[in-house]
Design a protein around this ligand. Sequence first.
Ligand code: NAD
Length: 497
Amino acid sequence: MTQTAPAPASLVGGGDQPNLYIGGKWVAPHSTKRLEVFSPATGEKVGSAPDADSVDVDAAVKAARESFDSGVWRSKSPAERAAVLRRAAELINERTADITGLVSAEMGASPTDVATLQQIAGTGVLNAYADAVDAYEWEEKRTGLFGETIVTREAVGVVGAITAWNVPLFLLCNKLGPSLGAGCSIVIKPAPETPLDANLLAEIFTEAGVPEGVISVVTGGLEAGQALVEHPEVDKITFTGSTAAGRHIASRCGELLKRCSLEMGGKSAAIVLEDVDLPSSIHMLVFSGLLNAGQACVAQTRVLVPRSRHDEIVDAMIETAKTFTPGVPSDPEAKMGPIITDKQRAKIEGYIEKGKAEGATAVLEGGRPEGLDSGYFVAPTIFTGVTNDMTIAREEIFGPVISVIAYDTVDEAIAIANKSDYGLAGSVWTTDIDRGVEIAKQVRTGTYGINWYAIDPASPFGGFKTSGIGRENGREGLESYLEHKAILMPMGYSSQT
Ligand code: NAD
């Protein structure tokens, strides 16, 4: 395990990575197991990485602990840490082609989609976290019952970051930004489906000025994830993934009294009002459900439409959804990438069959597109006649499947939107913006859009109900990596005298 190996010449475009990035060095893994990465668009091999075991995780956590305790990073000024985050964002942008190419190869989405949904969004959050670090009140004086107190904010310690595969670059930026901004050391455990870009990001952050040992990457699956959660030297787990896995991780963190924040699934509702301007809204409305081939936690996959305009809206949705042509990343005409795995595609197809069996009508059923047999493609599907108690309206499908639910009154639409175990996102589509804001306030979700949906890098993002615990982005995201400390000054002491 202590043996070190040279860094690979380049990870660009994948390749077989023999080693793990631990404590700023490329280290031969203890585990002999490998993660093989195949493009879900073409079936071609993209690369491979070690499938780290608990011994590897222990080495990474020890490196993180040592670097944290040494103060090499956390004792730098907030301004210095913010500058490193900004530099990392610049380096990511300088290497756009490398990074979007690698992520596109891993997950099959087009480089343009990766640039928009991940690179611009990822560098956006890094810059926003840098701003939050600069603006944050790291220390304040308060006067209370006993006189003066200094309240300081300190890094929470060693962070274990576990992420999903659907927008891997963006998710990692959203873990690296706040944890490094706060002064923490971090061990990243990326999804086993998309392990390669995490190494590239760690290299970039090191080049930007993060000291050796502060960032480690354990590419791996369940064993590595569980080892990170269970490790006694990890102070906080930050998780992005399914609600099922998050529930389990939260229960373990509860048992271990470990800090934990969770970003999990969603089943968001888009409420279309009677006064919607359909021509200007329709593309964004459908895109909000189909983005990333529906593999988005915030996808607006329940579309609530007024019965009075039902048919007109559905017809427009069908025409628009047909323009989301699936294709491989190298196809400039492709508007939608593949599903990440064959297993995930089978799950989506199972939901489509379940929708029909429960009485919904597939007014558009894309199925498996012709000529793309080497990848795991599913073209868009739209169901009408859906009621909110059907499986397809309750469960997160994580694929390009939209359920249209008709309503009679706006109060009924709000009640339908709220009748969900999830509470991540939502949107309202109307020409009356004030009314849109009123509706936004009545829907129990962490974020909401009016006539579009997006994640704002400087504003809190996260879930109500089973969609999450805690917030990412902006000041709130930074705070979830901080401890608050009160230092009581001597009785009668005053810094003013
Ligand atoms: P997943 O829960 O299967 O896996 C996510 C990560 O957790 C992976 O790295 C996996 O190896 C690890 N993991 C799984 N079980 C674990 C355990 N018991 N202990 C430790 N680690 C464990 O999710 P997925 O299929 O990779 O991703 C899809 C899900 O992610 C969807 O539900 C989606 O909504 C959610 N997601 C949420 C957000 C958000 O910000 N709310 C963003 C992206 C994706």
